[in-house]
Design a protein around this ligand. Sequence first.
Ligand SMILES: [Ca+2]
Ligand SMILES: [Ca+2]
Length: 278
Amino acid sequence: MTPEAGAFDLKAYHTDQGEGFSNAVEGWRWYLPVMVTWYGIVAELPDFSTTIPEHVFDVAPNTKITSKVRFSLNADHPQPETARLSLVHKVGNNEYPVTLPVTEALFQPGETKEYDFTVTSQHTNTEIISRIEPVSTPTDANRDNNEDIAHIEVQAYDIAIKIQPLKTNWVIPDNSVLVESTVTVRRKDNFPGTLPVKVTINGPGGPKVHTLNLGPKEIKQYPYNFNAGPGTYTINGEAWPANDSWTDVYPQDNKDSVTITVKKMNLPETDRKIRVGL
Ligand SMILES: [Ca+2]
Ligand SMILES: [Ca+2]
């Protein structure tokens, strides 16, 4: 028998080991090239999770909120794992970090760490977002629970007043004119319930007071008219909570003021002479 190229002569090999083959025996071993890939032992991914137990905060603007956030590692994980923790206050598109006692922590299997945090409500609805990420593994076994969101819903009642004169400059042929204006009181917010409102208007037409209830987004309008000869006139309007059952979140637009001028039309010189002549 002729061995194939590269075959290993067992007889030569075993002679070295002192086992000897009879001369009548031939033995060959062929080596086949085989790719052996080492996969190692697959590391089990941790399942970190986070929750903010209180999910909705109904508060007034600029209120300090203190609550709790929790971070956990699954109980059936075989070893302790380190995670990065974060908490942010999301206002519009910006995320502001909220202070936690640690930003990275070692968790034993099944361990939950709980921290207090404090945020301040804004004038609009915002979110508090907690996140946890494994440090020593590329990812987490279940990403669905690595983030939690709590909502801050601001009870921001807001009304506004606007005085709209028909014209701010009157030029009249006669000695007086009826100056007309509309006063609009508008509720800007959309929170449920009606708000008691007191509207006060002052001007040449005398003081006027209206008490009304405004529902979400509701608008009410009042005429404010007076007869005026040539001169300058000011109308002031204010709209405020009629009692202390609510407060206005944006008082800057709860007052309005307009100035109206009335002028006598200048007749042409020739026209005046003719009139004098008459
Ligand atoms: Ca997870
Ligand atoms: Ca307002």
